[in-house]
Design a protein. Structure first.
Lengths: 266, 380
């Protein structure tokens, strides 16, 4: 969790909003620091988190989480975190076929499968516990990232359906949050990715967009972050708020500053 | 570090223990890698594998790509468990060179190799590897005297006494415990080195003839066979820690040549909307899954200039960990540009992974060019 980003978003772990879909997208740069931020933020906010990690292994997130002050292993052991490790499960399901439905069943299917087993996994993971254990605040679904699902043969419509189902369950019924990362391919003419990005962009309440600098690579400023607050259910004339900041990623923190105000320049 | 010295086994590792201990900057974080075989202590795993060293940034285990200049650009080396994707240049002249450097480095450091190709027989590829420069032309002048007068006493080393700590070079080629060697492109690797090394070859026309016993999925036939082959090797030789290894742990170096080309049966190179457009990306995803849970590193060369659908290139890039693109000047207008007259091409580092870290190690200079001199491949 980056304190400066919390200030920019006007949230603290104690007052996390509920029922929101947050879209993280990155264009020409790597936006995974946002994923780490939200993961540690929601773990600190005492929420039950279901993390579908399709890109990196568990220890990667764990080590970065330790730098940010949360321990994923303890969270997983006490039940606060449900972690689906995509890479490991994909190998298991590909080489050792199992009978019972696996969340990543679509990897073995010839045509573009549907993500229903994955949705059922999420639903199972985030359903409220009745046994009276330590009650977590609100369920959160975190997906890193959705563009990989397109690379694995799932159609854009199936991914949108999956997000819609998750939103209906997590955001509406259980008053939780959904955070997803999508890569923006820019000028690579990836139509499916554009469909996915636009579709999610219209549904989300908060869009965080990490972009590379238009002028190229710079050592002191790693990129630009655009924050957009939206109200998708009320198409009123009220304009959405938008802010733009530039950032520099350090070892344990990300520092944000207004455009052109980098400490290296001043 | 005392614990590391006592639990390192084998003659090969003693040299590397000394060298590794001096620059072992291990932080308190655990090494990301195979989670299996917890019988070894963490530090013995770090130092007892020849030819590897932990990264100074995040304690990640690194192997050399065979080109010390490229190692430096990638932040010290290629991390174990990751994929290095080389985007081939137009006429496929220089990317096989990087491929061979990687394999030659594996032979010299004693790693196990797995070579897969649809074009050439892996045995032929191994014959053409460059010879390592074991007499070290890159070192200073005084070191040559040391090598020539090996049998003399240590009185000579008053000025250059630091070199005493480095492992002595022997007359016959042996597997070295250093990290990163220089290679002589004009010479072939000595035959006894190839025979002393352990390698597995996957030549597509040989393997494809047998029948397949797996249910149809959208992965290409050749890719399925290759994945199964890699998985078998990893499992049987215990690179993923599944068999308790009594012998020393080793790294598996995987090299796949011309992935995505029509020779592998993939049609992404000649049509834009292809039926099996997800074969290559699925294959890469599975490969990464295999690599992450085993002690291996992989180099893949892909002819991206042939792929018609740009979206696939973007996805392939996103799915690999490190991406290096080569652009040679042959046949392009840059050949006559006076700025580039000494060089043979440009090298673009497109992506470097951020492993166990929020940031990655990026070199300051982004415009890099390479040239192939008679003996060496240099990047400037």
């Amino acid at each position: 969790m980056f304190p400066e980003l919390n200030n920019l978003l006007n949230t603290t772990p104690d007052q996390a909003e509920q029922g929101k879909l947050t879209l993280l997208c990155d264009a020409k740069t790597d936006g995974s620091f946002l994923v780490h931020h939200f993961l540690s933020f929601y773990l600190k906010a005492n929420c039950k988190v279901c993390f579908v990690a399709l890109i990196q292994s568990f220890s990667h997130y764990n080590i970065v989480g330790q730098k940010l002050g949360v321990s994923l292993t303890t969270a997983r052991e006490c039940g606060q975190l449900v972690f689906l490790e995509g890479l490991k499960s994909a190998v298991d399901i590909f080489f050792r076929p199992q009978e019972d439905p696996h969340p990543l069943q679509f990897l073995r299917e010839a045509n573009s499968g549907n993500l229903q087993p994955l949705y059922e996994f999420v639903q199972e993971a985030l359903k409220p516990m009745d046994s009276g254990e330590a009650a977590w605040r609100c369920p959160v679904l975190l997906v890193d990232d959705l563009s990989v699902l397109l690379s694995l043969g799932v159609g854009a419509v199936a991914v949108l359906d999956f997000v819609h189902y998750c939103r209906a369950t997590v955001c509406r019924e259980q008053k939780g949050n959904v955070v997803a990362l999508v890569h923006d391919s820019g000028d690579a003419e990836d139509e499916e990715n554009d469909i996915l990005l636009n579709g999610l962009g219209h549904q989300s309440h908060l869009i965080l967009r990490a972009e590379g600098l238009a002028t190229g690579f710079c050592k002191d400023v790693h990129g630009q972050l655009r924050i957009l607050w939206r109200r998708p259910s009320q198409p009123t004339a009220q304009r959405d708020r938008s802010l733009t900041y530039q950032y520099k990623i350090q070892d344990k923190n990300v520092s944000f500053f207004a455009k052109g105000m980098s400490p290296a320049v001043l | 570090m005392a614990a590391a010295a006592t639990c390192g086994t084998g003659t090969r590792s003693t040299g590397s223990v000394v060298v590794a201990a001096s620059r072992n900057n291990v932080t308190s974080f655990q090494r990301r890698g195979p989670r299996a075989s917890g019988t070894d202590s963490g530090c013995s795993r770090l130092v007892s594998i020849a030819g590897t060293r932990p990264s100074v940034r995040n304690g990640q285990l690194l192997v050399s790509t065979g080109l010390p200049a490229l190692d430096q650009l990638l932040g010290g080396g290629l991390a174990v468990g990751t994929v290095l994707l080389i985007e081939e240049d137009k006429y496929n002249i220089y990317s096989p060179l990087l491929f061979k450097y990687f394999l030659a480095e594996g032979i010299v450091t004693g790693h196990t190799l797995l070579v897969a190709s649809a074009k050439e027989d892996p045995a032929d590829i191994l014959q053409e590897l460059p010879a390592p420069l074991l007499d070290d032309n890159c070192k200073k002048e005084c070191d040559e005297d040391i090598c020539n007068h090996k049998t003399e006493s240590n009185i000579k080393m008053k000025i250059a006494w630091r070199y005493q700590l480095l492992p002595k070079m022997e007359a016959r080629p042996v597997s070295s415990s250093r990290f990163g060697h220089y290679y002589d492109v004009s010479k072939r690797i000595p035959q006894e080195l190839i025979e002393a090394s352990k390698w597995h070859g996957f030549f597509l026309p040989e393997k494809i003839s047998s029948t397949l016993n797996v249910e149809p999925c959208s992965l290409n036939h050749g890719y399925i066979k290759l994945l199964q082959f890699i998985q078998n090797i990893i499992y049987e030789e215990g690179f993923d820690g599944s068999n308790p290894q009594k012998k020393q742990k080793n790294i598996l170096r995987i090299g796949i040549q011309n992935l995505g080309s029509p020779l592998w049966g993939d049609d992404i190179c000649w049509t834009e909307n292809c039926d099996s457009s997800h074969s290559l990306t699925k294959f890469l995803y599975m490969l990464r899954g295999l690599l992450r849970t085993s002690l291996s590193a992989c180099i893949i060369t892909v002819p991206t200039h042939l792929i018609q659908n740009k979206a696939i290139i973007a996805r392939v890039t996103n799915l690999s960990d490190t991406v290096v693109g080569l652009e040679s000047f042959i046949g392009s207008e840059k050949e006559t540009n006076p700025l580039y007259k000494d060089y043979h091409g440009l090298i673009h580092i497109r992506q470097i992974p951020q492993l166990n870290n929020l940031i990655y190690d990026v070199s300051d200079v982004k415009d890099l060019a390479f040239k192939l001199k008679r003996k060496l491949f240099t990047i400037e």
